[in-house]
Design a binder for this molecule. Structure first.
Ligand SMILES: *[C@@H]1O[C@H](CO)[C@@H](O)[C@H](O)[C@H]1NC(C)=O
Ligand SMILES: *[C@@H]1O[C@H](CO)[C@@H](O)[C@H](O)[C@H]1NC(C)=O
Length: 316
């Protein structure tokens, strides 16, 4: 882990050739959407869009982070200043009792008694025996709430961070020289909207196919995941980044181009017709041909990411 000390910027490329990954702990880089905070020796992202507790936890995890809790006095005071300055109506923490009613732990497994928490008067009160998630209120005191209530939240990533050549902490993102992009095949199925969310949280997007070569790359990726390894209703077709955007006319990518403009529009082996109202989401078949699926179908999906780390900019 001390490698980075001997690995100044101009030789990172060489170090990477030798060690296969990039040791970034000395550099204040994690993701463009995270901010480094030296007092807590890590990175945070404030999610303004209020979410249910479970979705907040999942999104932080997909971002390579955790839903932040007052684990240390430094983290407690950082969270307290965020809530008092910006969120008078409250902020979720990662402290919950969703495994066992009444047993409060952080998502990292720290029991509540070891954390720096100041309860509001008469809290926790487990109102109507239904409160299993902990928020910080506008004045920094804690209270228990129903986990389906909506609150903003903070994701936290502790140092050090090791980014791979895809600029990701996730080893499943693999760089593909033929297209200059990184891909991850998710073999546990999700609906198209949840797949879109998972890719976005990973700093990626549902893949968009731009030419025949990219279709070949994706069919090779699919071939690495035989039917038996796919946990989803759909085994041979994966969600990717196009759909009909509510129209029965033009297949359009998530980047707003028709599939013709994007550069690849071969449906194979099934035709492209809009033959059923609910068949509106874009997919790729094992062959690399385009296909379509109901948007709510639990299907595997493929995320694409530009290797926008420092190393990625050197390579491309
Ligand atoms: C903090 O806010 C809560 C909720 O509004 C309130 O019940 C509590 O009395 C306040 N505590 C302090 C110390 O101001
Ligand atoms: C498929 O799953 C089996 C059993 O879990 C595992 O041994 C094998 O490595 C997997 N293959 C791939 C390509 O993931």
């Amino acid at each position: 882990m001390s490698l980075n000390i001997f690995c100044p910027l101009f030789v990172i490329f060489c170090c990477d050739l030798v060690f296969g990954s990039l040791y970034f702990s000395g550099l204040n880089e994690y993701r463009y959407d995270y901010k480094h905070v030296s007092e807590i020796d890590g990175w945070i992202k404030i999610h303004l869009f209020p979410a249910k507790w479970k979705d907040a936890r999942l999104r932080c995890q997909l971002e390579g982070a955790v839903l932040a809790s007052p684990e240390t006095p430094e983290l407690a005071s950082t969270l307290k200043s965020i809530v008092t300055e910006r969120f008078p109506s409250g902020l979720y923490t990662g402290v919950h009792a969703t495994f066992s009613h009444g047993d409060y732990f952080s998502v990292e497994g720290t029991p509540i008694g070891k954390m720096s928490i100041e309860w509001a008067p008469n809290e926790p009160n487990n109102h109507e025996d239904s409160e299993e998630c902990i928020i910080l209120q506008g004045n920094g005191t804690a209270a228990d709430v129903v986990c389906t209530d909506l609150y903003p939240y903070v994701c936290y990533r502790r140092s050090p961070v090791i980014l791979n050549e895809c600029g990701s902490v996730d080893p499943e993102y693999v760089y593909e020289r033929r297209t200059g992009s990184c891909y991850k095949f998710h073999y546990v199925g999700r609906s198209w909207p949840r797949a879109f969310m998972a890719c976005a949280a990973e700093g990626a997007y549902l893949t968009v196919i731009n030419n025949n070569e990219e279709a070949t790359v994706l069919s090779e990726l699919f071939a690495q995941h035989p039917v038996a390894n796919i946990t989803a209703d759909s085994k041979d077709t994966a969600h990717i980044g196009f759909q009909n955007w509510g129209e029965m006319t033009t297949w359009t990518t998530i980047h707003g181009q028709s599939i013709q403009e994007a550069g690849y529009w071969t449906f194979y082996p099934y035709p492209a017709s809009f033959n059923a109202k609910n068949v509106v989401c874009g997919a790729v078949y094992r062959s690399g041909g385009l296909d379509k699926l109901p948007c709510n179908e639990q299907a595997p999906f493929i995320c694409e990411k530009s290797p926008d780390s420092l190393l990625g900019r050197i390579i491309t």
